[in-house]
Structures are given as structure tokens and as C-alpha cells.
Design a protein around this ligand. Sequence first.
Ligand SMILES: Cc1cc2nc3c(=O)[nH]c(=O)nc-3n(C[C@H](O)[C@H](O)[C@H](O)COP(=O)(O)O)c2cc1C
Length: 215
Amino acid sequence: MMDSSFAEIIKGRRSVRRFKDVRVSEDTICEIVDYARYAPSDTNSQTWQFVAVLDPEKIKGLAAAIWQTLHRMAQDAASRGMGKEGRLLLRSFGPYATAFTHAPALIVVLSTPYQSKFRERIFDPLDMVPRQVWDLEGTKSSCLAAQNLMLAAHAMGLATCPMTGPVLLAETELAELLGISVERKINMVISLGYPAESPAMPKRKPVHEILRIVR
Ligand SMILES: Cc1cc2nc3c(=O)[nH]c(=O)nc-3n(C[C@H](O)[C@H](O)[C@H](O)COP(=O)(O)O)c2cc1C
């Protein structure tokens, strides 16, 4: 039987996009990241890293960089006769990809390629696995850490929103603005703060639609 408070933490976490104008302390950030690092990772490689941005002006600057990219893409779309898609990009995807603009904190979740003795001593010498696979392995562990982080934040009375829109649009610009080196991949950004809204839970697919049991 599931512990009821743990069930509430899992089911009650929501993606929140409006936050109270209250700063998140560095101690709180450290505590949340402490929970993230208990996530599993392949051969315990722990290839995740986090950058916490607490300066509101810096956070707004990141959003501005994404809008610049969006406008450039919309212009490019218009010049290729796809003005409608370009306008939709700005009107619909733009606010979704910049929903972190007024968050008091932003956690940039990084992943680095999987490293291990297996890789060094077996896979690399045998040239068995292409580099992209190692990148993806790092990303998998980083995603698990991100989920720990979001559940921990929720359990501590904070709220989060995981976001890959900013990364899809402007990973290079975000990395430059935050001094993130090229061998680190930005997996996602997570806005963090004290919630100023309680969104309803978006509908979930029932278990029978997503599970097949092999007997
Ligand atoms: C991989 C991933 C990328 C996401 N990217 C964005 C995003 O760019 N902008 C945003 O506002 N929400 C983003 N979300 C949040 C989803 O919209 C949200 O998780 C989904 O609607 C379900 O709602 P819930 O998190 O409240 O259960 C993302 C979520 C995931 C898992």
C-alpha cells in the first residue's frame, strides 16, 4: 500500500508558471539539489550538473534571448512563405518557451556524456557505441535527477516547471550567457519558486492505455 503523503507528493506536483515575488534562498536551492543527487545513474556515474540562476535581471535576459531567436525564426518562416506558422510560433510557442521569465529562480539542468570503466576499457577500444549514445545515457540520468529535484521542491512547499522549449530554441545562447562549456549539454531548465497559482491536473492516460503486461 502506497504511503499517502508520498502519493500526494507524486500526484500533487504540478507545472507552475506563476510565482510569488519571494526569493528562494541559496540554502533551499542546496537542499533541493541534495535530493536530486540521490537519483540513480548508470554505474553511478552521476553525470548531472546544475546551474542555479537567482538574479531576476539575468533570468529576464535569458528570456529576451529566446524571444530574439523566436522573432528571427518567425521572420525566416515568413520569408519562406510560412507566415502563418511563424505567427503561431510567436503567439503560441513563445509564451510556453519563456514561461520562466518571472520565476525567482531558474535551475539549469546539465548532462555530461556517460563516463565509466566499462566505456574506457571495453566500449571505446572496441568502438562499439557512437558518441551520441553516451550523450543520451548522460541525459537519461540527468532527467531522473530533475524529477527528484521537482518532487523535493514540491514536498518543501515550492513549485517548479520543467522546460525544454528554451533549450530547443536557444541552447547555444543560453550556454553563452551562463558560461556553460560546450561539452555540457543543457538538458532542460526548471523554473522554481513559491507558487502563486494552483493549476488543475492535466488529464492523464489510464494505466491500461500505457501498460502491456507480458505473462
Ligand atoms: C520534457 C518536458 C518539456 C517541457 N517543456 C515545457 C516548456 O517549454 N514550457 C512550459 O511551460 N512547460 C513545459 N513542460 C511542462 C509540461 O507542459 C507539463 O509537464 C505537462 O503539461 C503536464 O502538466 P504537469 O507537469 O502539471 O503534470 C515540459 C515538460 C516536460 C516533461
